[in-house]
Ligand binder design. Sequence first.
Ligand SMILES: Cc1cc2nc3c(=O)[nH]c(=O)nc-3n(C[C@H](O)[C@H](O)[C@H](O)COP(=O)(O)OP(=O)(O)OC[C@H]3O[C@@H](n4cnc5c(N)ncnc54)[C@H](O)[C@@H]3O)c2cc1C
Length: 473
Amino acid sequence: MTPGELPVAVSELRAALGPTGVLAPGDPAAGFVRDERGLLPARPAAVLRPRSTAEVAAAITICARHRVPVVPFAGGTGLVGGAIPLGEESQLVLSVRGLDRIRNVDPADFALTAESGCVLADVQRAAEDVGLLFPLRLASEGSARLGGAIGTNAGGSNVLRYGMLRDLVLGLEAVLPDGRIWHGLRSLRKDNSGYDLKQLLIGSEGTLGVVTAATVRLVPRPRHQAVALLALPQSTVLTALFALARECFEDRLTALELIGRTGMDLLITQLPDMKDPFARPHPWYLLVEATTTRDGAGLAAQLESFLAEAIRLELAADAVPALDRPQARALWGLREALPEAEKRAGGAVKHDVSVPLGAIAAFIADVERELAAAFPGVRVNAFGHVGDGNVHVNVLTGFERAHTVSALVFRVVAGYGGSISAEHGIGVLKRDSLTVTREPLELELLRTVKTALDPLGIMNPGKLLAVSASSAE
Ligand SMILES: Cc1cc2nc3c(=O)[nH]c(=O)nc-3n(C[C@H](O)[C@H](O)[C@H](O)COP(=O)(O)OP(=O)(O)OC[C@H]3O[C@@H](n4cnc5c(N)ncnc54)[C@H](O)[C@@H]3O)c2cc1C
């Protein structure tokens, strides 16, 4: 972009999107563009508010003509700075919040088509209205939007049974970096006709185009739920407990969530409403959930036999089964309140890493030991979706130590063949650590894809991959 081109582009965008379609920097209505974690300043050159796919296409066409960088923005709940413009007022933010229509719900096809600005909770409600379930479940579902969730390939606490968004998206509609619209809203379960373009866009963090709508998979809505919190004698029992849970519940198993001693202490001390459900403290806890559509009595019997077997094999020291929905909600409440408890305790350097399932316990022990040796006295809150090999290794220390703390955590992750991001993505905060777990050839191929789809380098530059010398200025 040459100097002077940005104002020309902004005035063309005003003509294309109308006076309320472009917000100037500092406009109070643009206040929603902020970093969820408060770590990065957000200074967009302007905020674009298209209301349709055609308007997104018109806006991107203008940005491409003037080589103006654009940052797609949806709910703004991303935790790695992916939706935050970099630099001083030189990048535009394109909010998809105006694209908020549920276009179609087709119970016969177990499919729903929604625009990318729909809040996830609204997509869930639209599925429920026809007696089905959209199974993406996140603590941020009341504010995160479909486009952002697709941009980050979001997961959550139902991944064990239903998979991540890569498994739930059947088709996409997107505006490509040159402004053309790709009409890929198919609902086919089987399509073996070449490269899968939608999978390139899912998890691409706004670097390959703007998703404007998606067709997602729905499933039968479970009507019965079995939930229990197990107190574990030590973390080494996790692998055997996973195997037992899979054997007892088979494909009804929906969640295996870990809470540690540090986490339980944070909950009790920081949140007055939270109570430890056990009479004495334990080093680790595992939340187990299984669901079914019809056989409630059978599911309750499965839970009973799972808990009895876990205690007989000394994989659990104690267990609290939920006897009704409010009790199940209260147990889930412990798990879901962990980020808030952590925040009230002063925050943490956060990691959402993954390792192979069988290595979870050894990884947690290693990373805790290495952190204790390098940062004596530091508290580590390890928790999360361990049934998917995903652990949040959150280190309760000031952000000034983030670089050294994260370097240590990622080095241990790499030693286990793991990933530095299981679900939040790379954004800008983890971009320079990508080389720890992805080899040079992989990074070269990612760059090749980026350059092929976005030769001008205008889509969310500096996110996921560092801006290359050949990108447009
Ligand atoms: C309390 C809390 C709990 C969370 N729990 C989970 C969890 O369990 N699992 C999980 O995976 N994540 C979790 N997250 C992270 C976050 O909520 C998810 O990544 C969410 O899906 C982001 O959606 P969003 O609409 O807020 O996206 P944004 O933050 O707006 O954007 C995220 C990324 O997607 C890009 N993007 C936005 N819209 C589009 C579009 N239309 N097309 C292309 N790219 C786009 C942005 O440029 C950015 O790179 C959590 C966050 C919070 C605050």
